[in-house]
Design a protein around this ligand. Structure first.
Ligand code: 5GP
Ligand code: ZN
Length: 115
């Protein structure tokens, strides 16, 4: 099924190695393999959801856990000067991995261009 094909599910299970930054019961975070900034971390729910369009009242608890984790990670990574959180959804945003993820981008002043 989809979860057996999903590379981020395989990263959570350890089947594909990753550089772990943070983990708790609901959330896993690791360094992006192709960093776009000095700090580029992906924060993902352990439960497979494709993207933002699949968030609903049944599963949205994961979002508060993810953002609590982002707050912890931002402090761990000393991102007090600023960072950006991005989630690409579907074709026009260039989503390539269909397991919900939030990019944390930081470690330098970021482009003012958001789109
Ligand atoms: P998207 O374009 O879907 O928002 O982002 C997917 C991200 O996952 C990309 O930034 C890409 O570099 C990253 N990525 C894809 N495959 C792997 C992998 O196997 N390991 C890690 N650490 N990152 C990956
Ligand atoms: Zn998955």
């Amino acid at each position: 099924d989809i979860m057996q094909e999903c590379i981020f599910c395989k990263i959570i299970s350890g089947e594909i190695p990753s550089s772990k930054v943070y983990e708790d019961e609901y959330v896993y975070a690791f360094n992006d393999i192709n960093p776009m900034a000095p700090v580029h971390i992906l924060v993902i729910p352990k439960k497979h959801v494709a993207n933002v369009m699949d968030i609903n009242s049944e599963n949205s608890d994961m979002i508060s856990h993810i953002f609590e984790a982002i707050s912890v990670i931002a402090k761990q990574q000393k991102l007090q000067k600023g960072f950006r959180v991005v989630s690409n959804c579907n074709e026009y945003a260039g989503q390539t991995v269909f397991h919900l993820h939030f990019h944390i981008l930081g470690g330098r002043r970021l482009s003012m261009e958001m789109a």
